[in-house]
Design a binder for this molecule. Structure first.
Ligand code: ZN
Length: 632
């Protein structure tokens, strides 16, 4: 098995919120700045299991288990590191790419990186144009006419592609992007496939550019909205599929919506991107939109990771109704419950929000009808149920739709509802559904990834011994950039302390890897690269100490001073003990006395009392001295 790039592990951790994750396994209760629960790993009556959203790790004061999101999944599901990582990566939509060891794979990875760079930079460029270019008054005016101001454009990094393609091509050249890069990105194509010298055709012209992002927020494509009527071209056009953009894997705004979807267990599915943006701007943050009309089973599978219920919020016309049914056919097999919001005819979420405000909209969402209720009601309104043929047709439709539902308990309930609404016998309906669902299942045979059944035996791992002061320094090194820099300059002092205090190796590892203290993901990725016994030791000293970044340096200086004192004291004790050894040679005696002199001098200059009383100021209060509490 190849290696997983450090960045990928960081990406997975960055895309995972440990509170949401653990909250999806066990009920968490907020307690100040962290969350508490009864520990899932040992039996207890009062909660000693803590989850820190700031540090993105968990720790149980009862049984000592601790770790990051990956560690939790490993522990809770009995998975090995790689399987837990895979699981979280799938949940977060991060593609796990093993470090390629052949040149071809490396090249592919590089070109992916290049495409991401191009999209990121182009997005910023288009956005800058929209903000500053005098020629795009009309683009800004259009946004304004839709009720969107400058802040909204900034939040979504909306941009403008000029009419003149040369502007973009010149910019790309100035940024050293080649024609090949541009064609690979889909932003341009070759005017003549057989004759590259004929030049490049720029796909978007005079359009508002909406960046399309993947689940972790990288720009991977654009959606361009027409600004001038042009019947030859669509109102919206999207980038074509590329190495980094697969339409069926991408849902607009999911990167922003996923936390809220997880929290609400509900996703609001809008028809267009503007609708989704409108919802977010008004604080309805669990809204997303597919790109174009196609909603695929892959989309449904992605949403299933986050939501239990999908609320469809499509236009109230025939096309909208058909879109609802198509979405139901994809969502229901995944076991998602599907509801439909009926906005007044002619309204979409964008116009509705503007007319009725967010409260009105939330009310509509809360009153969304179950899919079958909506469908049958629509049939009733259209007069379809007034004829025998119409009722038969509706029954057949509903039978087929009920048959695709993946949640059998919910289906059973729906069967009764549908039977009574249509006035048909529920047992007949059930029979027909049985037939139809066997047919549907056979067609929808899907490959499903199974959990690793070979759960590893739980092994007993003990934390490495870690001197308290060294532990404190370890914590500083991963929480404060200032402290980390300072400690890196102290390598000599630290090296000298190595024979005398425990855990310097771990501290040196931290300093060598220098994970960015500002990034929980970087720190977590680093921690998970350590041996389990080191992780355990580290988790026991992590957290608790909340320092402002500028305090880190002072704290580190104090603690290094403390460490030197400890070392001196230990050396002092060792020399004194050695001098008392019987049969000691004169030579050794002299060298020991020499050393004793040096030590005595150093002792004069070092703080008097060592451990508890003179630990750095910040650590005096008991709640800020995690090792006291955690030491067994
Ligand atoms: Zn526990």
């Amino acid at each position: 098995m190849g290696l997983i790039a450090k960045e990928t592990i960081e990406q997975v951790l960055a895309a995972t919120d440990i509170v949401d994750l653990i909250g999806s396994y066990i009920p968490l209760k907020r307690a100040g700045s962290s969350y508490k629960a009864n520990c899932p790993f040992h039996h207890e009556k009062s909660p000693s299991f803590n989850v820190s959203p700031a540090k993105q790790f968990f720790h149980c004061f009862g049984c000592g288990k601790s770790g990051n999101a990956i560690g939790f999944v490993m522990e809770h599901e009995g998975l090995v590191f790689m399987d837990a990582l895979k699981k979280l990566a799938a949940k977060a939509g991060v593609h796990l790419e093993e470090e390629p060891d052949d040149p071809q794979a490396r090249a592919a990875k590089r070109s992916r990186g290049r495409l991401l760079d191009l999209h990121r930079e182009a997005s910023a460029f288009f956005h800058e144009l929209l903000k500053t270019e005098p020629n795009c008054q009309h683009a800004r005016a259009y946004l304004k006419s839709r009720g969107f101001g400058k802040e909204m454009a900034e939040r979504w990094e909306i941009g403008w592609m000029p009419e003149n393609p040369q502007t973009f091509l010149d910019w790309a050249r100035s940024r050293n992007f080649t024609g090949k890069d541009l064609v690979a990105s889909g932003l341009t194509s070759l005017k003549d496939e057989n004759r590259p010298a004929a030049g490049l055709y720029v796909r978007f012209r005079d359009r508002l550019m909406f960046p399309i992002r993947n689940e972790v927020g990288d720009v991977i494509a654009f959606s361009g909205r027409q600004l001038r009527e042009d019947p030859k071209s669509g109102k919206y056009i999207n980038s074509p599929e590329t190495d980094i953009f697969k339409k069926s894997n991408v849902l607009f705004a999911l990167d922003r919506a996923k936390k809220s979807i997880l929290k609400e267990k509900t996703v609001i599915l809008c028809e267009g991107q503007i609708d989704a943006i409108s919802c977010h701007e008004q604080g309805v943050e669990n809204a997303i939109a597919p790109l174009g009309t196609a909603f695929t089973s892959q989309h449904a599978r992605i949403l299933k990771r986050y939501a239990q219920t999908a609320v469809l919020c499509f236009d109230a016309d025939l096309a909208g109704m058909k879109a609802c049914e198509r979405a139901f056919r994809e969502l229901a097999p995944e076991g998602l419950s599907v509801k439909v919001v009926e906005l007044p005819a002619g309204d979409d979420p964008d116009t509705f929000l503007k007319a009725h405000g967010v409260e009105g909209f939330r009310k509509e969402i809360a009153e969304a009808r179950d899919f079958f209720d909506f469908k049958i009601e629509a049939g009733r309104k259209s007069g379809r149920l007034e004829t025998a043929e119409g009722r038969t047709e509706m029954t057949r439709d509903c039978t087929e739709l009920l048959a695709v539902m993946g949640d059998y308990a919910a289906r059973d309930q729906q069967i009764n509802v549908v039977a009574s609404m249509l006035g048909v016998g529920s047992s007949t309906l059930r029979q027909n559904i049985g037939l139809a669902s066997r047919k549907a299942r056979a067609m929808a045979e899907r490959t499903s990834t199974r959990e690793n059944p070979n759960q590893p035996e739980e092994e007993f791992i003990e934390a490495i011994p870690l001197d308290r002061t060294v532990g404190y320094l370890c914590n500083l090194a991963i929480t404060s950039a200032n402290a980390q820099h300072y400690l890196n300059e102290q390598f000599e002092n630290l090296h000298m302390a190595k024979p005398w205090v425990e855990g310097i190796n771990l501290l040196e590892k931290i300093l060598a890897a220098a994970p960015d203290p500002e990034s929980n993901a970087a720190v977590n990725a680093f921690v998970s690269s350590l041996r389990k016994s080191e992780q355990l030791a580290l988790h026991q000293v992590m957290g608790g100490v909340e320092l402002k970044s500028e305090e880190g340096l002072q704290a580190a200086e104090n603690a290094v001073g403390m460490l030197s004192s400890i070392v001196i004291q230990k050396r002092d004790a060792a020399v004194k003990a050695a001098l008392k050894e019987p049969g000691i040679s004169t030579e050794r005696m002299i060298s020991l006395l020499e050393e004793a002199k040096v030590i005595a001098k150093a002792l004069e200059n070092s703080p008097r009392s060592l451990y508890d009383d003179e630990l750095p100021q910040e650590t005096k209060k008991p709640e800020k001295k995690p090792w006291e509490k955690w030491k067994k």
